[in-house]
Design a protein around this ligand. Sequence first.
Ligand code: CTP
Ligand code: MG
Length: 227
Amino acid sequence: MHAVAIVAAAGSGSRLGASVPKALVPLGGRPLVAWAVDALLAGGVGEVVVTVPPAERAAFAAALPDRVRLVDGGATRTASVRAGLAAAGSRADAVLVHDAARPLTPPDAVARVLAALAGGARAVVPVLPVVDTTVLVDDDGVVVEAVPRAALRRVQTPQGFDRATLVAAYAALDAAAELTDDAAVVRAAGVPVATVPGDERAAKITVPHDLALAELSVGLTGSEVHP
Ligand code: CTP
Ligand code: MG
């Protein structure tokens, strides 16, 4: 199986509030996007396309290995992935879509997604259980009821797809649609989405505290720091 990864890295990172786009923010001295690409390659992906903010192409090129292809992202994550998919070519039979904002994703988590695709899944997402009590609230923030959480899952990336399935699902999606992940795009096309265990280390860096935790994690497990 030949897998291409599309890394969504074209966001600005407004909630992180750094002076550079989030994917270029350093973690242990290396940009988040470089960590994310390493994890994908180490996990068994053969080819990587990174969607970038058009004005920042040079900075991304400097931060990534030559074999990584850069394409201009769009105004939304959905538009960015659509652009990445168009650039991914047809050599691959599998596509993984990953957030640059998940730098410490272990290669094992990538490999589990690839294994599910090799086993015949057309779409697969890594998931984790919900550990906190989870409630519904009304417009005033008052608790209406607790939601049974046994069947709830938090969805991570990389999300894996049969390439033709993902291409067809994006083609069928309204051009202006804005979905939060790619599994939602294939589900909209009626494709069942399988799950594999995710990993807490694949957490998304959204706010400054997330970056502080990631720095701590890199500091504690020095072996994760690349030369
Ligand atoms: N992303 C993208 N193109 C966009 C918006 C987001 O490729 N137009 C990517 C981000 O670079 C990120 C991933 O999608 O790696 C997940 O999105 P998120 O964590 O929301 O990142 P940002 O949109 O950059 O952050 P914020 O929402 O705080 O501005
Ligand atoms: Mg965003």
